[in-house]
Structures are given as structure tokens and as C-alpha cells.
Design a protein around this ligand. Sequence first.
Ligand code: PLP
Length: 395
Amino acid sequence: MDTYARFPLELVRGQGVWLWDSQGRRYLDCVAGIAVCTLGHSDRRLRRALSRQLARLQHVSNLYVIPEQQQLAAAITARSCFDRVFFCNSGAEANEAAIKLARKHGHQVRGISGDAAPLILTAEASFHGRTLAAVTATGQPKYHRGFEPMVQGFRYFPYNDAAAFEALLARCEAQGPRVAAVLLEPLQGEGGVHPGDQAFFHRVRQCCDERGILLIFDEVQIGVGRSGAWWGYERLGVEPDAFTLAKGLGGGIPIGALAVKRQFDHFCPGDHASTFGGNPFACRAGLTVLAEIERRGLLAHVQRLGDRLEQGLADLVCRHPQLLEGHRGWGLLQGLVLRDGAPSAPAVVKAALSQGLLVVPAGPTVVRLVPPLTIRPRELALALERLEQALLSLV
Ligand code: PLP
């Protein structure tokens, strides 16, 4: 079906940060399947681990114990503040699970009666996925249009605005408990690469603690090493009660996860399920990605390369002040912000393609760079050169 406005580009092969099209042209990939291909394309270790897994077992069912799933849950909980994990297949699905958990928390813990929808507060310009509840959680009306009525029980406030958040919370709770959860990205990716503000997140944490409201982070894009820490919440110094993962966790194999602290694991057998969720193959991918991040020291690498990318973008902003307003991001999730009146982000993305560079817009004025975490310094330097050539080709 015609759901994508695609580039006329047929990508047929990949190696590391490089992709080749069907005409044999080569592209430096700073999209990585939109923050998915953590280890780059066709990684030898991932290939080998998955081939072995295919030879042994791909899929059974959650009717049975799945050792690879238990191991991946243990690997996630050992590296995070969480105790329990539910596996699914995508970011939207992970957020659906989180939304159901939030509703149960609202009814069971906060005592919100069955006929009043427990409220979930989310941020304007957020992005949480395209299934009906996840897209309702997404604070961007353009994604709602044509699909109304949306799911009930969501309210929105401006990201990083503590006063607005507190005012909304007070309004929602004026007659007693109504709010079940707050769902936030530690860094808004799709909505324009906006890093979370520490003071704001601390205040939200405090308000949630005072009332017993669940604080859930959507780490679908920023989680799994992309920020230079394992998880985005470490960059903020604020622990959520639960978080969602997907994208980079499987390094290109579909997997999603909801991880929670023990005391917020309100699900009982039968509450939630997924046929494919946490199958041996997808979990082997997750296990290999986490092991390789550790074995190759990729967190420190992302910090170093993230600093270089930031510096490179800052230099671009200095050299082209008429086109560029600034840059922002964490680690290897960075956005270059175009000025009003400058070419749009989609125009820059198209020009970059002509220079053999893949980048992706995050809204109309931000060009997003999310390369594989394995990108090398000289490849990053080349990406910056090509991005500058793309900008110059438009003036
Ligand atoms: N949450 C965030 C923060 C995302 O960036 C995305 C996708 O871009 C999603 C959720 C949805 O993930 P998926 O496309 O795997 O459903």
C-alpha cells in the first residue's frame, strides 16, 4: 500500500556503514535504518550468531520457556534499573504494552474507577509509534488527522516545561486521582532532536513520586548505547519506573521490549501477549548486540565519536550561519537545525543523497544523523564533508 513517500533508491547490499544500490553506487549511511543498525550492516558477529541460531531454533511460542528470552531479559535488567521484561516486536508495540501497564496501575494502585479512563500525560512533539494508542500518545496532531476518534485518556504538555506540566497535573487531579502515568522520551528524536532538560525531568520524577504516578520513558530511539550511555535516563540522572526499547536492540532484527521495576510489574498471565515477541531468533540478535557493545567498548566509542560529530556540526554552523541555526543531540543521535528561509530538511536530505550520504529529517527544519554506533572517525569526517557539500549545492 502507498504508505511511504519513498526515495527512488533501491538498496541491495550493506557492509559496516556503507550501502550499495542496485546501480552499484555506494552511500555512507548515517540513517542506519533510523537508529536500528547498531553494529552496522552485515556485521560478522551478528551474522554468525544468527546463522547458528537459525540452525538450532527460530521460533516456538510463549507457551514454553525460551532460554534466549530469559538470557536477554537478564542482560537488560543487569545493565539497567529494571527487574522484569516483556518482549514484543516494535517500538509501537512496546509502548502499547506500557500504556496497558499504565492503565492497570491507574485502576489498581491509584484507585481510578473502571469507568473513568486513567490519564496518561505525554509531551507535545513526542513520537511513540503508529498503532492507535501509541499514535494517540504521540503529541503531534498531524499523525492523528483522519484517524479520529483517538484513544481516550491522553493529555499533552510542552516538553521540558515544568510549570506547564505541573499546571496540567494539578488540573487533571483537581477532583482526585486521575493520572496513571507520564510517558516521555529522554530525548525527543522524531520530533526534532530535543534533548531532555535535567531539571524538568527531576521535577517530573518528584511529582510522580508524590502521587504514586508511573513514570515511563520511551527509549525506543535513544536507548541501547546511542547516547553514549546504555540508556538515555542515565544522561538525565533520573530513573523511570519503566522504559520501552526497540530499534537498536535487535541491530536490524525486529524486537521490542517493556522493562519495569519489580513493584510496577502489574501484569498477570493472560494480561498481555505477543505471538512472535521474544522468540529465540530475535532474542539472539538482542543478546549479540548487547554483548558486542560491551566487547567493542562501543559506549566509550559513541562518547568520543559523538563529541566529534557535535564539534563537526558546530563548525558547520560557524561556517554557514546564514543557513544553519545550531545543532543539538546526544552521542550519535544529532540534529542540525536549519534557519527559517534556508532549504528545508527534506531538501538537504535529498541533496545529501546526491553526495552519497544518507541522513534523515526530524521535522521540517532538522537534519538527523543516526549512524551505526560502529562508525569510524574517518567515516564520520567524510559524512560531515558530504553534508557540507550538500548544503553548498543548495545555495
Ligand atoms: N518511540 C520512539 C521514540 C520512536 O522514535 C519510534 C520510531 O521512530 C517509535 C516509538 C515507534 O517505533 P516502531 O516504528 O518500531 O513502532
